[in-house]
Design a protein around this ligand. Structure first.
Ligand SMILES: *[C@@H]1O[C@H](CO)[C@@H](O)[C@H](O)[C@H]1NC(C)=O
Ligand SMILES: *[C@@H]1O[C@H](CO)[C@@H](O)[C@H](O)[C@H]1NC(C)=O
Ligand SMILES: *[C@@H]1O[C@H](CO)[C@@H](O)[C@H](O)[C@H]1NC(C)=O
Ligand SMILES: *[C@@H]1O[C@H](CO)[C@@H](O)[C@H](O)[C@H]1NC(C)=O
Ligand SMILES: *[C@@H]1O[C@H](CO)[C@@H](O)[C@H](O)[C@H]1NC(C)=O
Ligand SMILES: *[C@@H]1O[C@H](CO)[C@@H](O)[C@H](O)[C@H]1NC(C)=O
Ligand SMILES: [Zn+2]
Length: 939
């Protein structure tokens, strides 16, 4: 999947998309990511369907364990599914299905465990399945069957034993609900030309294939799938079948979570990008189509392995929980991650499309062809795709500097959570990850972003050709099978051994274990007076106690690339806690810059003299320092100050050179750190002085873009310059640079006067909408709301949805919060991010916090414990917390809802408490110097 809200999921399909008949198009894919709702759990566990045996806490029966035993291995499935796209007599949307699985007995057993969730299974002669032996083998009779709800198994006990080496056929018939829960086989509704349309789609990752048909639902249990879909053809009576059937398959050997299929009347273009008819007619699929072929070509070359399937389909879905899902051969996306409309989409939307598409296509090999054996190694799958997505995107858009942006979107995001004691190692022990919600929790920033940053570091110290060679041998070895992370290390080591000239201080395995088996990362401190280089576990809260033990004592083997006064030096390795590296001892007119090109996953600190020399280099000629390092100096300094390792005034001084900075990445890094300050201080007297300082810093940037864009009538041609232009406008307006607010207000006004003609450049719309709605009242808000409801392009709808949260009017914000509980107004997939937007507004934050506390139960029931949305929700509403009162409210919230639970938000809540505690402490000693500094600098 994609990341965070835009977690791309991987779709695996063995070559199955078919444009079927008249009204109905069927697309089958092989992977699904489903999130189960617990809503119907009680109903389904009634004895009328399957008897449920409560799990005694002490029981240690096989069916109480979340992992399947190793007694059986599936070979292939024959599955036929028939979704009904109209309600049945009970007012329910359902699907019916029949499924058979051929499995081989590996070890003698009289027990069959197969995953099945929320399916009503037909009873034959008192049992919920039929078992036969194949090739003349006689199968033992079934003794009893039942449904184990906690572990989601259909349990089948046999009268006699299955024989090792023999094949058996297990057959079931079932009915399931085609619910709108975004999980398993589900339905999605949307309006087209005033008509309500219903489509049936799937999302199986991580544990939802079992909700579509009974299956051995673990990633390592690969099999071949023959899937047949029965679909209605424009019939008004769902029970009366007048349609056809479409037979897919056989697939390649693949994991259940990568299966996907879609029944819709969508249409497609070429290499096949599928979407709503209207979106395709409007050519919104063209951009994705343009980049898909080059990206596939790139990965074929990079992996030195041809594309494993005979077809490639990608589909944009109106209702989709994550950003995308890498189903094999049928990748599913949110509309905003695949559809691009040049008239209304910003270049940021375009960049998102190229990175998400690249991420998902990377999974067609890494993830789908070779799959991690169990979810504890999810980081390898997701971290890898998150790293190479930039390589693929860079190939498709060579002028965009995509590779540099990883430091913003992976490294720095990972640092933010990995510097807390509540972090966790990249790789967890297999036995630590069992339940669906534990699996769900693995889809987090650590797996995606730290995974990417650590693999990038590995690729850089091995060099890319060696990394790619080891990788391609690994893929060849494990194709259509599964692996664990040490298998990859082994193949990379072989590549190292075969390459003369590469020397590592330890094996790949030994070096990488320190980065993946212990959480966190080091801050490397360089004393240029002595050449002493030392490392220490970096924690944002200096006094925090680290409960989690590490066998490596929180020390790392650190590859350090560096430069001395503009000259690149030989890489060195820090292998101990502290060591003297003579070359790093420099004279008074030289400076050292470490972590050159930010290739390593660590922060850097220096002696004061070196900091001073770096600062004066930045102010005299910043271009001597590479652009990503300028951004990293800022980010390191601010975080070192937050951790009380350096004085905050030193960190603030890294922003002084921004007067001359015109590049996107340093500005973005600065903005993020300053934004943190804004949120910390916008309710205190520091705010005014800070505003005045920033106004001064951004003014030249604002004027620069005014000039090069002919007084804001055009946008710059450079891709990242367009991003910088947006920063210039939004920071200038928020700090009150003369002329900025007038400009945005006048643009919005013009649009309100003539709604069909929106002349605001798509890049600038988010900023302009937000500023105008913040400055306006109900009239502006209602206009924005109307435009939101009319928007036919998803990217435009998102801009409006987030801008509506910018109003300063409390009753409008409260009404907007209420809308998030009404799917007719705000789609379910968008509810929690909308609450997050509201929480980032100073007026909206307390309202959102009250709202969440009042309705926690509702959201929890709505999305289910397995859902990964809670972590983002908790992070967003608590982001601003920095007072003892807020901390006590947080703790109280944790206590009050202990019974309902926090699902995938458990960790996020812990992080929020830790961050708030740290902020309270930090403010005590730093508020005054910060105020004084801003006052003196803005004078
Ligand atoms: C499963 O389906 C395949 C392809 O349609 C067919 O060849 C095979 O005989 C089926 N297996 C069983 C046990 O029905
Ligand atoms: C499954 O059975 C339960 C209990 O009889 C019933 O309430 C539910 O509606 C059934 N579900 C489907 C999809 O038929
Ligand atoms: C897709 O590529 C074609 C041909 O190069 C080009 O004319 C068109 O503008 C591209 N479309 C988009 C949306 O980038
Ligand atoms: C790519 O794979 C082929 C065959 O598997 C092999 O002969 C060739 O050397 C590989 N190329 C590289 C650059 O590793
Ligand atoms: C940081 O530096 C400022 C001014 O240089 C000084 O006033 C302040 O006491 C220092 N803070 C700490 C914690 O050392
Ligand atoms: C730029 O545009 C604004 C508003 O559109 C106008 O008021 C201003 O005079 C223009 N400035 C210049 C230098 O043309
Ligand atoms: Zn992914």
């Amino acid at each position: 999947m994609g990341k965070g809200y835009y977690i791309s999921k991987h779709l695996a399909t063995a070559a199955m998309v078919l444009a079927a008949i008249a009204l109905v198009t069927i697309i089958a894919l092989s992977v699904v990511y489903n999130r189960e709702k617990s809503k119907n759990a009680a109903k389904f566990s009634k004895a009328t369907t399957l008897p449920v045996f409560p799990t005694p806490k002490t029981s240690n029966e096989p069916w109480d364990k979340y992992r399947l035993p190793d007694t059986l291995s599936p070979q292939y499935y024959n599955v036929t599914l028939w979704p009904r796209l109209v309600k049945n007599a009970n007012g329910m949307y359902i699907f019916t299905g029949i499924s058979g699985v051929m499995f081989t007995c590996e070890k003698k057993t009289d027990l069959i465990l197969i995953h099945s969730n929320k399916l009503n299974l037909t009873v034959f002669k008192g049992h919920h399945a039929k078992l036969t032996g194949l090739s003349g083998v006689t199968a033992p009779a079934i003794k009893t069957t039942w449904f184990q709800s906690e572990t989601q198994y259909l349990v089948i006990q046999l009268e006699g034993k299955l024989k090792p080496g023999k094949d058996y056929w297990l057959y079931t018939e079932f009915t399931g609900e085609l619910a709108d829960d975004l999980e398993g086989f589900y339905r999605s509704e949307y309006m087209e030309n005033g008509e309500k349309k219903i489509i049936a789609i799937t999302q199986m990752q991580a544990t939802y294939a079992r909700k579509a048909f009974p299956c051995f639902d673990e990633p390592g249990m690969k099999a071949v799938f023959h899937i047949t879909l029965i679909h209605d053809r424009g019939t008004t009576n769902g029970m009366l079948w007048t349609g056809g059937q479409t037979i897919f398959g056989p697939t390649k050997r693949m994991s259940t979570y990568l299966i996907a299929f879609v029944v819709s009347d969508f249409t497609y273009i070429d290499v096949r990008i599928w979407a709503r008819k209207k979106a395709i007619e409007d050519r919104q699929g063209d951009y994705a189509l343009n980049i898909t072929q080059p990206i596939l070509e790139f990965f074929e070359k990079y992996y030195n392995t041809s594309y494993p399937l005979s077809k490639s389909d990608q589909i944009a879905l109106p209702d989709f929980n994550s950003g995308a899902m890498e189903n094999w051969g049928l990748v599913a996306y949110r509309e905003t991650a695949l559809l691009y409309d040049p008239r209304t989409s910003a270049n940021g939307n375009k960049q998102r499309i190229v990175t998400v598409v690249s991420h998902e296509l990377a999974h067609m090999w890494f993830g789908n062809l070779v799959t991690v054996k169990w979810w504890n190694d999810l980081w390898l799958n997701e971290g890898f795709a998150s790293y190479v997505e930039y390589l693929g995107a860079d190939y498709a858009e060579p002028t965009w500097n995509m590779k540099d942006q990883t430091i913003l979107y992976d490294l720095q995001s990972a640092f933010a959570v990995d510097s807390l004691t509540s972090s966790h190692p990249l790789s967890r022990k297999e036995e630590e990850v069992n339940t669906p919600s534990e699996i769900s929790e693995m889809f987090n920033t650590i797996s995606y972003s730290k995974g990417a940053a650590v693999l990038k570091m590995l690729s850089e110290f091995l060099t890319e050709p060696v990394f790619a060679k080891g990788l391609s041998n690994y893929l060849k070895q494990f194709a259509f099978g599964s692996s664990v992370h040490s298998d990859l290390w082994e193949y990379l080591q072989k590549a190292v051994d075969q390459t003369p000239g590469i020397k590592l201080p330890y094996s790949v395995h030994e070096i990488m274990n320190r980065w993946i088996l212990q959480m966190g990362f080091p801050v490397v401190t360089i004393d240029t007076r002595t050449g002493n280089v030392s490392q220490k576990h970096f924690l944002l809260e200096p006094e925090a106690v680290v409960d989690r033990k590490s066998e490596f004592n929180y020390e790392w083997f650190v590859p350090i690339k560096w430069m001395k006064k503009g000259q690149v030096q030989d890489q060195l390795w820090l292998l101990q806690k502290s060591a003297i590296h003579k070359p790093m001892k420099v004279s008074k007119n030289e400076w050292v810059l470490a972590n050159l090109h930010v290739s390593g996953y660590f922060r850097v600190n220096y002696d004061l003299g070196n900091w001073e020399r770096l600062l004066s280099q930045l102010e005299s000629n910043h271009q001597v320092i590479p652009v990503v390092n300028r951004a990293q100096i800022l980010d390191d300094a601010f975080n070192l100050a937050r951790a009380s390792i350096i004085n905050i005034t030193l960190a603030l001084r890294t922003t002084k050179y921004l007067l001359h900075e015109r590049e996107y990445i340093p500005w973005e890094a600065a903005l993020r750190n300053l934004n943190y300050f804004f949120q910390l201080f916008d309710r205190s007297e520091v705010y005014g002085a800070m505003q005045a300082y920033l106004k001064k810093q951004v003014k030249p940037l604002f004027e620069y873009f005014g000039t090069i864009s002919s007084n804001w009538t055009t946008v710059p041609s450079g891709h990242t310059d367009q991003f910088t232009q947006i920063i210039a406008l939004s920071l200038a307006c928020s700090t009150g640079v003369e002329g900025c607010r007038e400009l945005t207000r006048s643009w919005f006004k013009k649009w309100m006067q003539n709604p069909p003609n929106n002349a605001i450049h798509p890049n600038l719309r988010s900023t302009v909408y937000c500023n105008a709605i913040a400055a306006g009242g109900a009239e502006e808000w209602n206009f924005g709301w109307q435009m939101f409801q009319k928007a036919t392009v998803a990217a435009e709808a998102v801009k409006l949805r987030s801008a509506l949260a910018c109003t300063k009017v409390p009753w409008l914000l409260n009404r907007y919060l209420e809308y998030t509980m009404n799917p007719e107004k705000i789609r379910k997939q968008d509810a929690t991010s909308t609450i997050g937007y509201i929480a980032s507004n100073i007026i909206g934050q307390p309202l959102a916090w009250d709202f969440i506390r009042a309705n926690w139960d509702y959201f929890f029931k709505l999305y289910g414990t397995g859902s990964f949305i809670f972590s983002g929700l908790i992070r967003d509403v608590t982001y601003r917390f920095c007072t003892p009162f807020e901390l006590s409210q947080l703790k109280r919230f944790q206590k009050d809802n202990a019974e309902t639970g926090f699902g995938s938000g458990t960790q996020a809540l812990q992080q929020a408490i830790e961050k708030t505690t740290a902020k309270i402490k930090w403010l005590e000693g730093n508020k005054e110097p910060v105020l004084q500094w801003f006052l003196s600098e803005s004078a």
